[in-house]
Design a protein around this ligand. Structure first.
Ligand code: SF4
Length: 339
């Protein structure tokens, strides 16, 4: 499921980098519509008058730019810093938090100045030494769908393979991992897959690979000796959730067999803000997601806006259940967090 954009928009400066130049030739050669923009932050030529039109057209647009700022955002709780490589993704998950964070036309954006970004990363590593610095490569994106033609992740994984005092991690729902299998990762990159029950994937994670496809990719990654992780997010506690999530753990165990020596889990329960709810209802008016405030507890967030989470009793029940399943099927694995 490689991303095949309908249009590709370049910053002119991107063509001064080998990757930018190569991508222009590649997409021109494939007959894909290409054009230029003055800034990768302000792209005005994507069509779509209504919010849903803008969303779907944005998701079919690739923007190729140069990242100018050398400052990285922090990234708690999974890492120290975000590594800015790619923004957005061609998936169309109804609950995706990027829906509210990337504006009304969430185009996929890549940066071609990977070497400059890695030089900035080296500066952060230097500042924190002798502590280890952890970078997250998927804070605002799924970086895999563009990887087969950019090679950005392969380069980044190779870079971190050589860093004694840094680690890299990213998460994906996509499966085009073959080009990453031979990279010398040196155990410094944790490759995580976002998984969910077959029903959640079918109902809410449009334009993404099936569970079986994700697990097949995870198996390849484990065989290539990458530290492996699974992220279950969002955990949706709708009718029959215990059986469905137990089946999920069973499928992972059956898929991996004894193939994952260094395995982690991250668990995030479903939550939404008022703003996210409004956006979801605009883009997916027929959504089946439970967005009923009455069945939730309101919790103030760190940025001044609140979110609706599962009530304490249900939250604790889900938490205990997930810990017990992880323990039963993967007694050696580490649960990094449950929120
Ligand atoms: Fe969002 Fe991830 Fe789904 Fe892409 S795959 S739409 S980044 S949740």
């Amino acid at each position: 499921m490689v991303f095949e954009p309908k249009r590709v928009i370049f910053e002119r400066e991107a063509l001064e980098y080998p990757l930018g130049d190569r991508l222009l030739k590649y997409f021109d050669g494939k007959g894909v519509e290409t054009s230029f923009t003055a800034s990768h932050n302000r792209v005005t030529s994507i069509p779509g008058r209504t919010r849903p039109e803008g969303y779907f057209e944005g998701k079919r647009t690739l923007v190729v730019g140069v990242r100018r700022t050398r400052n990285f955002e922090t990234c708690k709780p999974s890492a120290h810093y975000q590594l800015p490589l790619v923004t957005s993704c061609p998936g169309k998950c109804e609950y995706c938090y990027l829906l509210t964070n990337l504006g009304s036309k969430p185009y996929v954006r890549i940066y071609v100045n990977t070497e400059e970004i890695l030089t900035a990363a080296a500066g952060y590593i230097e500042k924190r030494k002798p502590e280890i610095t952890v970078f997250e490569g998927a804070a605002t994106s799924d970086p895999i769908p563009v990887e087969p033609y950019t090679g950005i992740l392969a380069r980044v994984i190779g870079f971190f393979g050589e860093q004694e005092l840094a680690r890299f991690r990213f998460v994906t729902k996509f499966t085009d991992v073959d080009t990453l299998l031979p990279v010398s990762h040196n155990g410094h990159t944790r490759f995580r897959f976002s998984i969910n029950t077959g029903e959640v994937i079918r109902r809410y994670e449009h334009a993404t690979p099936t569970l079986a496809e994700r697990l097949a990719a995870a198996k390849k990654v484990a065989r290539a000796d990458y530290p492996l992780g699974f992220l279950v997010a969002p955990i949706i506690a709708e009718e029959g959730w215990k059986e469905s999530y137990r089946d999920l753990f069973k499928s992972v165990a059956a898929d991996l067999g004894g193939n994952a020596a260094d395995l982690t889990f991250e668990f995030i329960t479903h939550r939404f803000t008022k703003r996210a709810k409004n956006t979801i209802l605009e883009v997916f008016p027929n959504t089946g997601l439970d967005l009923e405030e009455k069945s939730r507890t309101f919790k103030f967030g760190q940025f001044g806006y609140g979110k609706y989470v599962y009530p304490k009793e249900l939250f604790n029940e889900v938490k205990d259940y997930f810990h017990s399943q992880a323990q039963e099927f993967f007694p050696e694995a580490k649960v990094e967090y449950f929120v």
